[in-house]
Design a binder for this molecule. Sequence first.
Ligand code: NI
Length: 266
Amino acid sequence: MTLDNVLSKLWELYTSQNESARKVYELFTSEGETVINDHIAFRTFDNPKINVDSLGKIFTDLGYREMGQYDFPEKKLNAKHYEYSGNENMPLIFISELRTSEFSDFLQAIVHDSVQKIGRALIESGEILYSGNIWGKPSHTVYQNLLKESEYAAWLYYNGFCANHFTVSVNHLKKYDSLEKVNHLLKDKGFKLNDSGGEIKGNPSEYLEQSSIKADIISGDFVEGEFEITGCYYEFAKRYETTSGELFKGFIAKSADKIFESTNKG
Ligand code: NI
């Protein structure tokens, strides 16, 4: 399996399941822009079988290097980011994991049972990254109970493994070279921005600004029937040069904390 292969499978799944993401991509290309991805983000649980290091290994085997580490105390998440050296246009990879031991016995039991159902081969081949929900048809009752504790856990329980978001690199856009311009265009075309913590998270002095559209509401297929839930979302990032003159390649936990809320419903 090659990196191009993994990235195109992820993109295929992401755009087939999230209409807004596909429309945003088409909007920018119809405006004459070339869409380069700044980063791709994944969500997982901290069970060693599928934790950040386990998924991260798939990327390090493909030529990525582990770089920054992050802590999100409010959401109870750890995260790491990975960089690919040698090709500036390769997206950064951002993987977060839920610290399940900080949640109820109920949540921990659901995660334990779900993870047990994952075959080793799926992890070893790397195909897990775009395999979606691999623990069987979800229960809406379980989903609702998880939602009370952690939106992240509920989202992951339903959606499973996929790109939680792709991120347009605003640095690579010609006409829409600021987040203000990008956000204005998006709102003009009827997309809803995540405004938790303000439409633009971060600022040039932190070397990173980000915004995102709200995740699509999709019809979820549960054991009990169909219910509305949230899917994935599209994000936008503008990076600035640090004092060394190089573009900042990390993430800002304070900003990302609010970006996680892009999959909150409503
Ligand atoms: Ni992101």
